[in-house]
Design a protein around this ligand. Structure first.
Ligand code: COA
Length: 252
């Protein structure tokens, strides 16, 4: 257990659990750093075959802690290191999503191989509402996965996508009843552990393909994201969230 992240290990699978349920598992710098370290450990150790992301409480993850974002670009450094680590990770990634998956709670799923969702899962990428731009390659991966029109509803309007729509759109592998979600995801991780490891890793590498375009997009997103973090629009959106009021954006 470290600062809102619980790391567990069972039979070659590392489980990274978001454990800050009172804040809907919003991610802070120390939480990102714990996850980045766990991914490095999982990658380096030959006995580890897969990583499973889970969340405590009624939400999977409410995205980046907005207090950290209010601090400006330094407040996002640990998030960007995590995003790079998950995008470059070289073993199967699984996620079990219940309730809300906001911001990076959704964009990290584009880097996961198997995503199991409870019927109440809701996926939201509200970057534009916050005066920000998409991250984790989601400006590329969301249109590719969902199609431009569905991605536009999420990224331009900030509209949520429910579990059924996400299942139809290919964002999730399957919908699983909430009470069996974790057991199902763990069973799939165990099933991966039983596969021939070299063939499994090579197959995943082939499926992911050349990462050049994704890496270039992530760099461009990160540059714009850092710029927008300290913009008046973003600062107004963050202040409005904590003051529990609607934001007011000025034109021109
Ligand atoms: N950063 C910091 N705190 C957050 C948070 C975040 N991303 N998301 C939730 N919290 C906190 C709330 O401030 C609240 O704290 P409080 O009890 O001290 O007031 C607590 O978590 C519970 O959230 P609340 O808003 O009361 O729950 P809800 O069920 O009404 O709404 C959300 C849940 C996730 C829809 C809502 O909290 C939200 O919109 N959060 C921001 C999501 C976001 O924009 N993330 C960044 C994406 S880039």
């Amino acid at each position: 257990m470290s600062d809102g992240i619980r790391i567990m290990e069972t039979d070659g699978v590392i489980e990274i659990q978001f454990d800050r349920p009172d804040k809907k598992n919003a991610l802070t710098g120390p939480m990102y750093r714990a996850m980045t370290a766990a991914l490095a450990d999982a990658s380096a150790r030959p006995d580890i075959g897969a990583v499973l992301f889970t969340g405590q409480g009624d939400a999977f993850c409410a995205g980046n802690d907005l207090k950290d974002f209010m601090a400006g670009p330094e407040g996002a450094a640990a998030a960007f290191a995590f995003i790079q680590a998950i995008a470059a990770f070289d073993k199967p990634l699984i996620a079990a999503v219940q309730g809300l998956a906001v911001g990076v709670g959704t964009t990290m799923l584009f880097h996961c191989d198997l995503v199991y969702a409870a019927p109440d899962a809701r996926f939201i990428m509200p970057f534009v509402n916050l005066g920000l731009v998409p991250e984790a390659g989601s400006s590329l991966l969301a249109p590719t996965t969902l199609g431009h029109a569905k991605a536009a509803a999420m990224l331009l309007l900030g509209e949520p996508m429910d579990a059924d729509a996400a299942d139809r759109a290919g964002l999730v592998t399957a919908i699983v009843p909430a009470e069996g979600l974790l057991a199902h995801a763990r069973a799939k991780a165990a099933a991966l552990m039983a596969k021939p490891p070299q063939a499994l890793l090579a197959t995943r590498r082939l499926m992911k393909g050349d990462p050049a375009a994704l890496n270039a997009r992530m760099e461009e997103e990160a540059r714009l994201f850092r710029e927008t973090l300290s913009s008046p629009e973003a600062q107004e959106a963050f202040a409005a969230f904590f003051e529990k009021r609607a934001p007011v954006f000025r034109r021109g």
